[in-house]
Design a protein around this ligand. Structure first.
Ligand code: ASP
Length: 351
């Protein structure tokens, strides 16, 4: 007799660390990372899922402030090795650098056709008022969700937090205290979890189902972020732009991409781009797009060889630069690719 295994949805939980995976030591009151086996004890609701849920745990778990590109590569390796065995992946991650990891993974997992959902919490899962249970349970449900034809509903890297499913490379942490800790200012949410999970199908990326997953592992971290401010000094900008090995700069400018018109400032930027340093302009505003041709101040930046980051987040531009430079692209090639949307990371400006 042939026994046909029921086709249960399957999800791989990857626990990297962060508040979500902590419980309060009843004796000392201190937060301690718990063993993943204790998860089911703290979240008995998991048993009510008719899903096959397996887990992988970083040992030791890390605070996400210690997240590094080699650990992004480790996550990609875990997902790649287990890709055919699961319908989706949930990564439990500290909230502090979750947006960087989500952005990096969106570039590293080329041709992704399954959900990769990052989530975490502001209160540990073992605490009575925790937001972690809700975030975890709904993330698992989203990671397993499929269309009637068997394809994934959300074949992209996302962050799920406090009822909102957000595109990972559009998201920023905005609150150190509230449960509502993440925002995607320049792209609307992909789903909202209420009584039902309401998916916004037309906002979700379409998978290239005929193409196999192409994992990438390389990064070049010779990049930095330069935030301008009134009173910024020539000698400091000069030193920063002459940092040995520097290959790219994320320049955080005012408003729609404006910067001081001082001769020395534009000259230093021009000299840097002439040396092959890629400089990408993004705004310090939370919402909106860089339009360098709008004001004279922005035009000077264009003339200095600065390129637009459009409405992308700093986490996204930084990790995309690291990713492109890691592939050994020339400055011209990096500049070209920064203007191309690889996985929904910026809005194309209206012509
Ligand atoms: N410091 C923690 C982390 O990012 C905070 C959190 O998990 O929310 O790992």
């Amino acid at each position: 007799m042939n026994i046909i295994e029921p086709d249960f949805p399957s999800v791989l939980l990857i626990y990297t660390g962060g508040t979500i995976g902590m419980i309060e030591n009843p004796e000392t009151g201190a937060l301690e990372a718990f063993n993943f086996d204790q998860l089911e004890e703290n979240v008995p609701e998991l048993k009510r899922f008719n899903y096959r849920i397996a887990s992988y745990q970083f040992t030791p778990p890390i605070d996400s402030s210690d997240m590094e590109p080699p650990l992004w590569a480790k996550l990609v390796k875990i997902i790649h090795y287990n890709y055919d065995n699961f319908d989706g992946f949930v990564i439990l991650h500290g909230t502090d650098t979750m947006a960087y990891t989500a952005s990096a993974l969106s570039f590293m997992l080329e041709n992704l056709s399954k959900p990769v959902i990052l989530t975490g919490s502001q209160l540990p899962i073992g605490v009575l008022r925790t937001d972690g249970k809700e975030n975890l349970i709904t993330s698992i449900e989203i990671a397993a969700a499929k269309h009637p034809d068997g394809t994934a509903v959300v074949p992209e890297v996302c962050i799920f937090f406090e009822n909102q499913l957000l595109r990972g490379n559009r998201t920023t942490k905005i609150n150190a205290e509230n449960f509502n800790a993440f925002r995607s200012y320049n792209y609307p949410s992909l789903a909202t979890a209420g009584i039902h999970i309401k998916y916004e199908y037309d906002r979700i990326l379409k998978a290239k189902n005929n193409l196999p997953l192409h994992p990438h592992y390389v990064f070049d971290t010779n990049v930095l972020v330069l935030t301008i401010f009134p009173g910024i000094q020539e000698k400091l900008v000069n030193t920063i732009l002459h940092t040995p090995g520097l290959k790219a700069v994320v320049l955080k400018t005012f408003g729609s991409g404006n910067a001081p018109q001082k001769e020395w400032f534009i000259r230093l930027l021009k000299e840097a781009t002439d040396r092959g340093i890629v400089i990408v302009n993004i705004t310090q505003c939370q919402t909106g797009m860089v339009e360098m041709a709008r004001y004279e101040t922005g035009l000077h930046l264009l003339d200095a060889g600065v390129i637009s980051g459009y409405d992308a987040t700093v986490e996204c531009v930084l990790t995309k630069l690291m990713f492109l430079l890691g592939h050994g692209l020339s400055p011209q090639e990096v500049r070209y690719e920064m203007g191309h949307c690889l996985c929904g990371e910026f809005t194309r400006p209206a012509l």
